[in-house]
Design a protein around this ligand. Structure first.
Ligand code: GRF
Length: 195
């Protein structure tokens, strides 16, 4: 399948997918799109001979995705909320990785380090990461995979983020592999994995 990855930052999740596509993911990343021209993820794309595009205009982004015949869009640290038109244009073909166990610590304003800060402030004992389908609301679509991460008493935002990021890299790869192997089935709000 033709995959597009949308980023805003370092692209460590993108890197995980680049590695996965060289391994056992039946898909290839055709384009990486960032709304931030400084995003290191664009460099990662170029280093792997993947088309790297800096674009902020959603209409132009949709044009690019159509021209590349994209079958799956992965939002990997893409900080913008995409519009309902965008979601409907690629229904059930957009997935997102979020660094908490949705529906906790998610939604507007919950991204990157802020998520882990809120987890520590709240005193939660378990957090984790979630890969889900994107619908018109933030961090709200049907969940594909989740994995828990235990919060340690000594954790800081940085130590917790590091452990959650490690899990993100694992489950984003697994979710994309399952999607490309057509083993993911959406039943209403639930996602069945036909492993
Ligand atoms: C990750 O924590 C991701 O879950 C969140 O933003 C961060 C992006 O990291 N949405 P990277 O750009 O993939 O390294």
């Amino acid at each position: 399948l033709n995959i597009a990855v949308m980023i805003s930052g370092s692209g460590s999740n993108l890197q995980s997918l680049i590695d996965g596509c060289k391994d056992d993911i039946n898909g290839n990343i055709k384009v990486v799109i960032s709304d931030n021209k400084e995003a290191y993820g664009l460099t990662r794309a170029r280093e792997n001979k993947i088309k790297a595009v800096y674009e902020k205009d959603e209409k132009k982004i949709i044009e690019i995705l159509k021209n590349e015949n994209i079958d799956l869009i992965v939002l990997a640290g893409y900080l913008k909320i995409i519009s309902e038109e965008f979601v409907n244009e690629f229904k059930d073909k957009i997935i997102n990785i979020h660094p908490s166990l949705i529906p906790s610590f998610c939604g507007k304003g919950y991204y990157g380090k802020i998520v882990h800060q809120k987890v520590l402030e709240y005193g939660a004992k378990i957090t984790g990461a979630t890969v889900h389908f994107v619908d018109e609301m933030a961090d709200n679509g049907p969940i594909i995979i989740q994995e828990a991460v235990y919060v340690e008493d000594t954790d800081t935002v940085d130590t917790l983020q590091k452990r959650v990021l490690h899990v993100e890299h694992k489950i984003i790869k697994k979710a994309v592999k399952l999607f490309c192997d057509k083993k993911v089935e959406i039943r209403g709000r639930r996602v069945l994995i036909n492993e």
